[in-house]
Design a protein around this ligand. Structure first.
Ligand code: MN
Length: 205
């Protein structure tokens, strides 16, 4: 249970095979304007890896890119739409295939409109996570221990959440619909980047 901090790339060979949980921290919500500062990765084995990018970075990161672009590796996100767009824009790779715990939650937890990570972790896993550092300065030259712990906690529970959400998707007969949504998600992120951010292209009006 260790948080590993790296600059500019993931070291080679630190991830076990299988699905990886992925999250990003940026300077804000407008992807082309607000640079990518941190990418967090967990292979579900208990350790988290934080990769920090400095201002003016060339985002070369060959090891990180290879893991994200690996078609054999499922990427687990919570609200992957944002992270996939940021990774596509800054690292130049489509980080798929995809599983998104927020979409899965929306498809099975129809009794609530609370689909935040904190709420999901509390209800499905009985754990408490803090969201206090969410809106902090991720571009700072030195990240605080609280920031590092927050960043790591955003990928820490995604494997366990997937296991719980999969049970419910099967129970409610919505696994196929969920998979179709996951398959579309990289294209939804591409539409965001291409200029259709908040426009529903399926809408009549
Ligand atoms: Mn995060």
């Amino acid at each position: 249970m260790t948080v590993h901090f790296h600059e500019e790339d993931l070291p080679e060979g630190v991830l076990a095979p299988g699905p990886i949980a992925v999250d990003t921290e940026t300077m804000g919500l407008i992807t082309p304007r607000d640079r990518l500062c941190v990418v967090q990765i967990s292979d579900g084995g208990g350790d988290e890896h934080l990769v920090r990018f400095n201002p003016g970075s060339d985002y070369a990161a060959p090891n990180l890119r290879a893991a994200l672009a690996d078609p054999e590796r499922l990427k687990l996100y919570h609200f992957g739409r944002f992270d996939i767009a940021a990774i596509r824009h800054y690292l130049g790779v489509v980080a798929a295939p995809v599983y998104c715990t927020k979409i899965a939650s929306r498809l099975v937890r129809t009794y609530t409109d609370r689909h935040g990570l904190k709420e999901l972790v509390r209800e499905l896993l009985g754990q408490e996570i803090s969201k206090q550092q969410q809106s902090s300065d991720w571009g700072a030259p030195v990240l605080s221990d609280a920031q590092k712990d927050y960043a790591a906690s955003d990928v820490r529970y995604l494997h366990a959440l997937k296991a719980e959400l999969d049970k419910r998707l099967v129970r409610e007969g919505r696994m196929e619909l969920a998979q179709a949504c996951f398959d579309f998600l990289p294209h939804r992120a591409e539409l965001d980047l291409a200029g259709w951010p908040e426009i529903d292209i399926f809408a009549h009006m």
